[in-house]
Design a protein. Structure first.
Length: 548
C-alpha cells in the first residue's frame, strides 16, 4: 500500500503508456532543477498490486532521487485536449482541485522531417488549453521529442512549430541518440530559434505555409479591421468539417493555436472570425448536399466551443464561426480526474506487464499516438547478434521477395522502423488509391521470439465485446495486416488474434463458444485480473505471479 510519508513522492499522471525514456527524463530533470542527487540504474515499471488486484498505479524501480520516497505513475483521465503527462511532487496523491503540477509534458516520437500540421498544431493547441487553468499557471510546459528514426530535413512547418513553442513559453526537448544518422536538432542550433517577434511575423509566416489545393482550404490569417493603426478584428480561414461532421481535429487545433498566438502577440485584437469553415451546408465530393452540420455545430459542447468561450472569458477575445452561433459552454472546472475509463487501460496494463516476455512490435492504445511497426532490421541494429536468427530468416525472404532499394531505405533511413498505412496511403496496399477497402490497425502487437509466435491484441470495453465492428467482430479486419506486414517481415511466425477487455460486464450469452475463446484477458474496474482458458500460458504465468 502507498501511504503518506515524510519524504515526498514524485507522481507522473497520465492516460498514456509510460515509456522508460520519458520516466528517466522526468526523474533527471526534477533532480537537476531541485539540485538533488539522482542515481540511475535499469528502469523497471512495476504494477502496484494489493490483495491480488491492480491499483491502477505503477512504481518506478531503478531510479533513486535524493529526498524522494517513490516515483509513482498513475492512470488518470483528462478533459479536452489533455497533455500526455502531469508531474507533481507531493506527500500524498495529487488532488485535481488543489494540486499544482511541476511539469506539463506533451510527448511525441515524430521527428522534425515528419513534422506536419497534426504534430505542430494539434500538440501545441493542448498548451492553449493548459493556459486556461490557474493551477497550471506556473507549471513548466515541455514538448518532449523521443526520436527513434533519422531525419534529414527541417521543413517550414517544424520551424513554425518551434516559434510557436517559444511564443507559448513551451520548452522543446529532444531525446536523440547522438550517433544516429542524419541531422541532430541538439547540435544544429535550431533550439535557439526565437519566438514570433510580433503578430505581423506570425501572419506572414503562416500565410507563406499555406498552399492552394483543389481538395483543401488553406489556413490563412487576414486583418479585417484596424482602428487608429491598431488591429481589432482578424479572420482565419480553416475547414472545420470532415466527412459531414464538425470534427476536423487538425484544423480545430490550428485555429485554437493561431487564435491564442494572435491575441498574445497583438493585445488590441478583440474579435476573430473563422471563415470558409464548411460547416453551414456544402456539396461534398459526391455532389450530395449536406445541411445538418450547422445544426451539429450549434448544439456542440465539444473542445472547440469550450476553448472559444474560455479565450473570451480569460483573454477578452471573441472567436466566432462566420454565420453560425455557438453555445456558451465552458471548460471543465478540473483539468483531470481519477475516474478510469476506456479500453486502453487493459492493453496498456498488459503491455507493461509483459515486457520481459514479449517484444512489442506495434502499439496504438485506443487512439493514442501511432507507434512504428518494428521490423527485424531494427532488432539487428539495436541488439546485434542476439537476434541473428530472426534477421537471417527475414533476410532470406527479403532477397527473394522484396525490392532491395526498399530494404536499404528501411535499414539506413528508417532505422528498421516502418510506418503502417494510414489515410490515402492505405489504399496503395490494395493496388489502387480508389480501393474501397480500409487498412485496419490493432492496439498492440506482441512478438514471442522463443515460441515463434505473434499476438495481435485489440482492446475493448467489456460492454462492447460483441457489438458490430467492435471486440471479437474486429479481429477479421486485421487479416490484411497479417498478409501485407506480419507474413512479409516475420515469415516463419504463427499469428494469433485476441481481444483484451476492460470493464465488469460478462460475455453475452449469444456469443458463440469460438468467439468467447478469442477473449484472453479482462481487467475489471476494481483491478481484478482475469485470464481465460485460451490465454497463452506465458501471459497466464505473468498474471498469476502478479496476483500472489
Amino acid at each position: 500500500m502507498i501511504v503518506q510519508t515524510k519524504e515526498k513522492n514524485l507522481y507522473i499522471l497520465t492516460e498514456e503508456r509510460p515509456k522508460e525514456e520519458v520516466v528517466s527524463f522526468i526523474a533527471k530533470k526534477y533532480a537537476q532543477d531541485a539540485g538533488k542527487e539522482c542515481k540511475n540504474g535499469k528502469i523497471k515499471i512495476t504494477p502496484v498490486i494489493e490483495k491480488g488486484k491492480f491499483c491502477f498505479k505503477w512504481i518506478i524501480q531503478g531510479i533513486k532521487i535524493e529526498g524522494i520516497d517513490k516515483i509513482i505513475v498513475e492512470n488518470v483521465s483528462g478533459t479536452s485536449s489533455f497533455v500526455d503527462f502531469l508531474v507533481f511532487v507531493e506527500n500524498q496523491d495529487p488532488d485535481p482541485k488543489t494540486s499544482k503540477p511541476l511539469y506539463v509534458i506533451e510527448e511525441t516520437k515524430t521527428n522534425p522531417s515528419e513534422s506536419r500540421n497534426v504534430s505542430v498544431f494539434q500538440r501545441m493547441a493542448k498548451f492553449v488549453f493548459v493556459e486556461q487553468y490557474p493551477l497550471m499557471k506556473d507549471s513548466e510546459k515541455i514538448m518532449l521529442y523521443t526520436i527513434r528514426r533519422p531525419y534529414f530535413t527541417y521543413p517550414p512547418t517544424f520551424d513554425f512549430g518551434l516559434k510557436s513553442m517559444k511564443t507559448l513559453d513551451v520548452n522543446p526537448v529532444f531525446l536523440q541518440n547522438q550517433y544516429m544518422n542524419g541531422l541532430n536538432v541538439n547540435k544544429d542550433g535550431k533550439l535557439d530559434e526565437p519566438g514570433f517577434k510580433d503578430f505581423d511575423e506570425l501572419m506572414k509566416l503562416k500565410n507563406e505555409l499555406s498552399t492552394d489545393r483543389d481538395d483543401n482550404i488553406p489556413i490563412r490569417i487576414n486583418i479585417e479591421e484596424e482602428i487608429k493603426g491598431e488591429v481589432e478584428k482578424i479572420s482565419i480561414s480553416a475547414k472545420l468539417e470532415k466527412s459531414g461532421g464538425f470534427d476536423y481535429d487538425p484544423n480545430i487545433g490550428a485555429v485554437s493555436l493561431l487564435s491564442f498566438l494572435s491575441k498574445k502577440l497583438c493585445k488590441s485584437i478583440k474579435q476573430i472570425i473563422i471563415k470558409e469553415h464548411c460547416c453551414d451546408g456544402y456539396k461534398n465530393s459526391k455532389n450530395v448536399e449536406i445541411d445538418s452540420i450547422k445544426d451539429e455545430v450549434e448544439r456542440s459542447k465539444g473542445k472547440f466551443v469550450k476553448i472559444c468561450n474560455a479565450l473570451e472569458n480569460n483573454f477578452k477575445v471573441k472567436i466566432s464561426l462566420d454565420g453560425i452561433k455557438m453555445l456558451e459552454e465552458g471548460l471543465n472546472s478540473e483539468y483531470w480526474h481519477k475516474e478510469i475509463t476506456g479500453e486502453k487501460i487493459g492493453t496498456i496494463f498488459l503491455h507493461l506487464a509483459l515486457l520481459k516476455k514479449y517484444h512489442v512490435i506495434y502499439e496504438q492504445h485506443a487512439g493514442t499516438e501511432r507507434g512504428y511497426f518494428v521490423t527485424p532490421v531494427y532488432f539487428l541494429g539495436q541488439y546485434g547478434k542476439e537476434y541473428d536468427e530472426l534477421f537471417k530468416t527475414y533476410q532470406e525472404y527479403s532477397q527473394k521477395n522484396l525490392d532491395q532499394d526498399d530494404f536499404k531505405n528501411l535499414l539506413k533511413k528508417k532505422n528498421g522502423l516502418q510506418d503502417l498505412p494510414k489515410d490515402k496511403s492505405s489504399k496503395k496496399i490494395f493496388g489502387s488509391n480508389n480501393s474501397c477497402k480500409t487498412f485496419h490497425i490493432p492496439d498492440l502487437i506482441l512478438l514471442d521470439i522463443e515460441n515463434k509466435m505473434i499476438l495481435i491484441l485489440e482492446g475493448e470495453k467489456a460492454e462492447n465485446v460483441y457489438k458490430k465492428d467492435k471486440g471479437v467482430n474486429q479481429l477479421p479486419l486485421f487479416d490484411d495486416l497479417k498478409k501485407f506486414y506480419l507474413e512479409k517481415y516475420y515469415p516463419k511466425y504463427d499469428v494469433e488474434k485476441f481481444v483484451v477487455l476492460y470493464g465488469d460486464e460478462e460475455l453475452p450469452s449469444e456469443m458463440s463458444e469460438d468467439d468467447k475463446k478469442k477473449v484472453i484477458f479482462r481487467l475489471k474496474t476494481d483491478g481484478s485480473m482475469i485470464t481465460t482458458d485460451t490465454c497463452p500460458q506465458s501471459i497466464k504465468d505473468v498474471i498469476s505471479k502478479l496476483q500472489k
